[in-house]
Design a protein. Structure first.
Length: 101
């Protein structure tokens, strides 16, 4: 189930996102010009690259946190299932530690 969450749910969300969403040519040119000043640069300045990439990475925060929540819920379900098995009842201290986590 955790594999499904990563590969299907989270993967589908990432595939549906446009990597250049929220960026347009004007934003990119403005960031480059702000980093280089009045003279043109041969390569993209590191500062402008970092600025633009950080903005795009922030877009991944919400889907990533949702994935973490789903995995956490699944792990809690696994612990609940584990706690009902006869083997776990044989080791009460182990059972308590698992429930505490």
């Amino acid at each position: 189930r955790i594999c499904y969450i990563f590969h299907e749910t989270f993967g589908r969300t990432l595939e549906s996102m446009n990597p250049l969403g929220g960026l347009n040519t004007r934003d990119i040119l403005t960031a480059i010009r702000n980093a280089t000043g009045p003279r043109p640069a041969l390569f993209v300045p590191e500062i402008s690259f970092e600025l633009l990439v950080k903005r795009q990475i922030r877009r991944l925060e919400e889907p990533s946190l949702r994935c973490v929540e789903l995995v956490h819920e699944e792990m809690q379900r696994m612990i609940q299932h584990c706690g009902t098995q006869q083997e776990m009842l044989r080791f009460p201290k182990l059972h308590e530690r698992i429930i505490d986590v």
